[in-house]
Design a protein. Structure first.
Length: 77
């Protein structure tokens, strides 16, 4: 249990951290600093987007246009 708690504590420093992120998600007026690997691992859609020929290393922001009811704090949970 201690190892699990330690792992969570260490990795939580990377959550929404501008210093360690390699991509930004913009959802409405909210910006989340993220990691392409984690996003791709969690979503086939984002994996396709982030690792496609159309995505370049210069692209550092994904703008997601969502309905107002879908713009909650989904990335803050």
């Amino acid at each position: 249990l201690n190892a699990t708690c330690e792992h969570i504590e260490l990795t939580s420093k990377f959550f929404n951290n501008i210093q360690f992120s390699d991509v930004r998600l913009r959802i409405g007026t909210n910006v989340y600093y993220a990691h392409k690997f984690i996003l791709a691992k969690s979503s086939d859609v984002l994996a396709t987007l982030l690792y496609s020929q159309h995505w370049t290393s210069n692209d550092s922001e994904i703008v997601l246009e969502e309905q107002d009811e879908c713009q909650g704090d989904v990335f803050e949970k």
